[in-house]
Structure formats: C-alpha cells, structure tokens
Design a protein around this ligand. Structure first.
Ligand SMILES: [Zn+2]
Length: 301
C-alpha cells in the first residue's frame, strides 16, 4: 500500500458541532485510534496552517466576511444549522488552510486527505448547513491565482447537493462540479436538479446526478462510474473529492442505504483518479471513523 498524508490540526476541534457531527473530538479521536491500531496503511500527519482573510476573499464577498466576523462576536447564527462564534470562526481558518495544503500536496501526486473539509453548502455570500466558508472553492481559487493550476474538478459524494460549490463556479468553465446526491425534492437543500447544468460560459460544467431515497450500493456505484467518466474526460489539473459519509444506511439525515463495505468499493474506484485531494465531509452517525477507514483501505489498496 502507498503511504498516506493526513492533514489535521487540533485547532479544527474549535469547530466542534457536537458528537453526531464529523467535526468532534469523539470522531477525530476515534479515527486516529483506528488508523494507529492497524498496520496496512502507513501515514504521516501534517499540521494544517491558518488561512488568511485574503484567501477567504478569493471565493467569498467582502460583505459576507464582514458579516461572519460580526456574527461570531455577537453569537448570531448564520442560519439555523450554522452557528458561529469566535471559536468556530478560528477553527474555520485552519480547515481552509488544511484544504489549501491538501490540494497543494495532491498536485505533487501525493495520496492526501484533509480529515475535515468540503464545506459545500457555503456560497459566495452566505453560510448554511453547518458550513461557514467553502474551503475547497477557496483552495481552487488560490491555486488558480498562483498559476499552479488552470482547471479543477470537484466530485461531491455527500448525500446533500453541493449547492454552495455549484453557485460559486456556476458561470466558470474552468471548474467542473459534479455532485451525486439524494433527489432534492426529498432532501436538504432542495436544489441541485439535473437540469442545473451551469450558466453563460459555464454551461455544461455543472453536473448533478440525483438518486431517490432508498438508493443502495449497486445504483450508487453506477452513478459513481458515470461521475468518474465525466471527471476523466474533463482531465483537470487537480481533482477534489468531497467525501460525505451521510450516504450510509444508519445516517441520521440522509436516506440512502449504503453498507460499510460500499466505502471500500468507493475508495477502489477513486484509486484511478490522478491528483486527487480527499476531503472528509459530512456524516451524522457513530460509524463515521469506520467508514473513513474502509474508504482509505480501498483507496490505498
Ligand atoms: Zn451532507
């Protein structure tokens, strides 16, 4: 097996949203316990750096950054699911810094994962669904601004549509966004339909693949094959995987029925994608660390 680079910082835990959320001491602690207890995957942990306001402004409006800072000080929720205070705001800067580092390392052909990222509900001027800033949109813009890449693909496997990422890149032909998610008529955020394919120069660079509640492994993996074909055809300079595990059958929010073993198969399929930055995203159940491990076992097999 190839070695894995893991990006992490204890500062991430400032973004702790509770035990059922991936961003919690319990979940990250259990993940590190499991990966240290096995011998198949060799890994190295890298400290996530702190991002800057300038980084954030590459994908968000100055007005929104100001609103978030004001809301953090005054403890005003950005939306009912998205509380923000000075602690979570500080954690956000490290999550973003970690994702920027993750993309930079993937660009050097490393197998790399940021253990928290993929804040895909955050749009250019709004926070939503536990997401304050869109870390992967910021990281893509940062690498573009440094001329390290021209094009990027985001492949989003969270059960919820990546609506914030879609919004940020909707008119941009340089970033292909692909999201496989539960039919938005039956699931938050209520958008992400297949007819939403991009606008202006970006027409064709937004792909939504929707599946009904109750979707099981076979149909899911078929959709993933389609998504990977699209990704390979676009052949971007970098690829970003938003790996929500709220597609699991025991998830508290999602209504798909994937098995624990499905995540091994997802990992195996994504093994063939070059320059892939992996971000561990959403999931609302106690098995999150186990599913992350199954994915990595398949991905590095
Ligand atoms: Zn989700």
């Amino acid at each position: 097996m190839r070695g894995l680079d893991i990006i992490y910082s204890d500062n991430y835990l400032k973004y702790d949203l509770g035990a059922d959320n991936p961003i919690s001491r319990t979940k990250t602690g259990e993940f590190f316990r499991q990966i240290k207890a096995q011998s198949k995957i060799s890994f190295k942990i890298h400290e996530a750096p702190r991002a800057t306001d300038e980084d954030i402004l590459l994908a968000h409006t100055p007005g929104y950054l100001k609103e978030v800072k004001w809301s953090a000080v005054n403890r005003i929720d950005l939306d009912p699911d998205t509380p923000v205070d000075e602690n979570t705001l500080e954690g956000s800067y490290y999550l973003i810094g970690g994702t920027i580092l993750c993309l930079n390392m993937a660009l050097q052909d490393r197998k790399v994962v940021n253990i928290i990222g993929g804040m895909h509900h955050s749009g250019s001027s709004r926070g939503a669904g536990f997401c304050v800033f869109n870390d992967h949109a910021i990281a893509i813009r940062k690498l573009q601004s440094l001329n390290l890449i021209k094009t990027a693909t985001v492949i989003d496997l969270d059960v919820h549509a990546g609506n914030g990422t879609q919004e940020i890149f909707y008119r941009d032909p340089s970033v292909l966004t692909i999201s496989i998610h539960q039919d938005p008529r039956t699931q938050y955020p209520g958008t992400g339909f297949e007819w939403e394919t991009g606008a202006e120069a970006g027409v064709g660079a937004n792909v939504n693949i929707t599946l009904p509640p109750g979707t099981r492994e076979e149909a899911y993996l078929n959709a993933l094959d389609t998504a990977i074909q699209r990704l390979k055809k676009f052949s971007a300079d970098i690829n970003v995987l938003v790996l929500g595990v709220d597609t699991f059958k025991e998830d508290g929010l999602g209504n798909f029925l994937l098995e624990e073993g499905t995540y091994f198969k997802i990992g195996q399929k994504l093994k063939s994608v070059d320059k892939l930055a992996v971000l561990f995203g959403g999931g609302y159940h106690r098995k999150i660390p186990d599913l992350w491990m199954r994915f990595l076992e398949g991905y590095l097999s």
